[in-house]
Design a protein around this ligand. Structure first.
Ligand SMILES: [Zn+2]
Ligand SMILES: [Zn+2]
Length: 364
């Protein structure tokens, strides 16, 4: 069945360009949109929307005024960095960021006013950004801003944020650490030197504080985690918590840098996992959140894979398949049949840890 679904995309997303040598390629946003058009998925129920740029007032939902002005100024000057060296200040970055935040806000609004059930902002998911600083290619945290928008403009109390990017959703976690907003992050953790993989946080014992205790959920996965082990972790942890929490709206950062061909992350997922995760969350959104399901993009550094994976995820939640089944098949990865008993065992230990640490807070 087709669901009323919005794709958020603005040409200005392409201005999110840190320069030729930077791994984040803004072309992936346009590629996703073009691919979906070629596949013929758009009709009266499945539509593309062009967002407005977010205003400073809207950015203030997630950031300090000083920081917003600093970004404006530094981007205009076109030099230096917005953080310690990952996120360059370039002309156009501020405007592109405003367009992207605008996309996430419009997605939230369309879902709340009932125009659509699901929305996917390909240009969203900038989960490392903090209230007063950029981090890890992220300037403004549109996930946090969308959640604040839902709280402030629509009085939403129970929001679940599931972050399946290959990196820990640290900026999002920090924003809600003291609130009963359910944030679940599955990510690679550890390895390498000095604490290892970026950003170095996201252990099982970061569970939230005060009223937020038990609502920060982290699933730190070893390098090389493959489909079967990943899906086991997802199935064992995410649906039970969502069922118990019963969110009014389900948010989902869907970075695809977990892909086995991604050059930066080192996890080993294929489209099989993306299909499982998107269909499970889609089902949970219909079951508990009246269908209200907002997806953001995120990481993904092998551009041709990114557009293919996001197109597939979009079609899964919208409930559309192209008439040309060969075109659909080309979106799928080969079945790698990957196995690694040692990694599998490590993942099962993590699952046990999460259940022991988090589940009692939810009566599970
Ligand atoms: Zn649906
Ligand atoms: Zn990432």
């Amino acid at each position: 069945m087709t669901c009323k679904t919005a794709l958020l995309y603005h040409e200005d997303y392409l201005r999110y360009d840190f320069g030729a040598g930077h791994p984040l390629k803004p072309k992936r946003y346009k590629d996703t949109f073009e691919l979906l058009k070629r596949l013929g998925v758009f009709d009266e129920n499945v539509r593309h929307y062009t967002p407005n740029h977010a205003t400073v007032e809207e950015l203030r939902l997630g950031h300090t005024e000083e920081y917003i002005h600093m970004v404006q100024k530094k981007c205009k000057a076109d030099s230096g960095y917005l953080d310690y060296g990952d996120t360059p200040a370039r002309k156009g970055i501020y405007e592109a960021s405003c367009a992207k935040v605008g996309g996430s806000i419009l997605g939230a609004e369309l879902i709340m006013n009932g125009e659509v059930e699901h929305a996917f902002n390909v240009g969203g998911g900038f989960h490392h950004a903090r209230e007063g600083s950029a981090a890890g290619f992220c300037v403004f945290n549109d996930v946090v801003i969308a959640a604040r928008y839902l709280q402030k403009k629509h009085g939403v109390k129970r929001i679940a944020i599931v972050d399946v990017d290959g990196h820990h959703g640290d900026g999002t976690q920090i924003a809600f650490y003291n609130e009963p907003i359910l944030t679940i992050s599955l990510h690679r953790y550890g390895g390498g030197v000095l604490g290892g993989f970026y950003p170095g946080t996201g252990t099982v014992d970061e569970i939230g504080e005060g009223k937020g205790k038990g609502y920060s959920v982290n699933v730190p996965l070893p390098m090389g985690t493959f489909d079967e082990a990943y899906q086991e972790a997802f199935r064992e942890i995410v649906p039970p918590l969502i069922e118990k929490y019963q969110p009014e709206v389900l948010l989902n950062q869907f970075g695809v840098d977990t892909h086995y061909q991604d050059p930066l992350v080192g996890l080993s997922l294929t489209t099989k996992s993306y299909l499982e995760v998107s269909s499970a969350l889609h089902r949970l959104a219909h079951e508990f959140s009246d269908g209200k399901y907002l997806i953001f993009g995120g990481g993904g550094y092998e551009p041709s894979n990114v557009s293919r994976c996001w197109a597939l995820i979009f079609m899964t939640i919208a409930g559309v398949k192209p008439k040309n089944s060969e075109a659909y098949r080309r979106l799928l990865d080969p079945d790698l049949k990957m196995q690694n008993p040692q990694i599998h065992k490590q993942v099962q230990e993590v699952i046990k840890d999460v259940k022991r640490t988090i589940f009692p807070h939810h009566g599970l």
